[in-house]
Design a binder for this molecule. Structure first.
Ligand code: SF4
Ligand code: MG
Length: 334
């Protein structure tokens, strides 16, 4: 597996009137080339901030206060404005929650494509650029006659596909989709999941999908990363995590998702409590006030994000030793 992106000890701090708030706190993980990584968690967990940080789109009063983001061997935190402009689009593109806000309302779809290509490749002629985008858009299910439409004439799903097409037209290595399916219904979602997987297979692009929709991640992703209160708490192969979630937060999160396939009628688990206010996060493990398995040590020390079985990372004292831990370490089921 080739590593495309390495995130190390990333911390994003917002300077508010109530004091500094770390929306992302000491997060480390890798993204492999060609994979689909689903990043999940409740709203406010830091997943959208993470996406913006990867694009270097954190603006004051926020800042990336610590860490490294290494894309294809280069630390993008050291990039100047010119390098960033080159990076955004040609290497990393982002599809936001509502693509309406990223598309120019007075520009036709074909013009978006031509302009995107010409900004990064000034030597490409209009006809060549047009041919490239229309092929890609067609591949994404946007017919030729729609190319002369304006963004508002397309459905939400189509606008998202336009954004994906723009990223692909530039041969972006990494496409980050933030809550790409918020407004879509389940059937459209399943179709989108299929299309995204096909696109990945065909173009070899790497996708990071940021969403609160666990069912979509189950269909779409190769690996899942779970965030809670600014920290990444679990990361691993999507089948393994769904089959055997290790972090108590992941366990609660999965138990609270309706199982559409089995059409289970049992009452869903409701996690007690609320996510913490990050101006005064809980000490130690930030999940301890809500955790059914909390031990004495959990409120006193912060666990590390450790690889407990190959490829599975967990931020939890249940799987780590500490001299002051009274309960024996749980064995991880093989
Ligand atoms: Fe629960 Fe402790 Fe693990 Fe936190 S570290 S998730 S409180 S068991
Ligand atoms: Mg969000």
């Amino acid at each position: 597996k080739e590593t495309l992106l390495q995130v190390r000890n990333l911390t994003v701090t917002y300077h508010t009137r109530l004091g500094p708030v770390s929306a992302v706190s000491d997060v480390s993980f890798d993204v492999y080339r060609g994979e689909i990584l689903g990043l999940v968690g409740e709203s406010g967990c830091g997943k959208s901030t993470m996406g913006k940080a990867l694009m270097r789109l954190i603006a004051p009063p926020g800042e990336i206060s610590e860490g490294q983001i290494i894309l294809s061997g280069e630390d993008i935190l050291k990039y100047d404005e010119n390098q960033l402009r080159e990076m955004r689009g040609a290497h990393v593109s982002m599809i936001f929650q509502d693509p309406m806000t990223s598309l120019n309302p007075v520009q036709r779809i074909d013009q978006h494509g031509i302009e995107a290509i010409q900004v990064h490749e000034p030597k490409t002629k209009i006809e060549q650029a047009l041919e490239r985008v229309s092929k890609l858009f067609e591949r994404l299910g946007i017919q030729k006659r729609r190319l002369t439409d304006y963004p508002h004439q397309l459905s939400g799903g189509m606008r998202q596909r336009v954004m994906i097409g723009l990223g692909l037209a530039l041969n972006a290595d990494l496409i980050i989709a933030d809550e790409a399916s918020t407004s879509l219904d389940v059937i459209v979602e399943a179709k989108l999941a299929d299309q995204l997987r096909e696109i990945r297979d065909e173009f070899g692009v790497t996708l990071m999908v940021i969403t609160h929709n666990i069912a979509l991640v189950a269909e779409l992703a190769d690996r899942i990363a779970v965030m809670y209160a600014g920290r990444m708490v679990e990361l691993g192969d999507v089948y393994e995590v769904f089959d055997n979630p290790l972090h108590p937060y992941t366990q609660g999160l999965l138990a609270s998702v309706p199982n559409i396939i089995l059409n289970e009628r049992e009452e869903l688990y409701k996690m007690p409590g609320e996510p913490p206010n990050l101006t005064h996060p809980p000490s130690g493990c930030r999940f301890h006030p809500r955790c059914p398995k909390a031990m004495d040590i959990c409120s006193r020390y912060q666990p590390s994000f450790e690889e407990v079985t190959p490829g599975r990372f967990v931020h939890c004292w249940l799987y780590q030793d500490h001299p002051e831990k009274e309960t024996p370490t749980l064995k991880v089921a093989a």
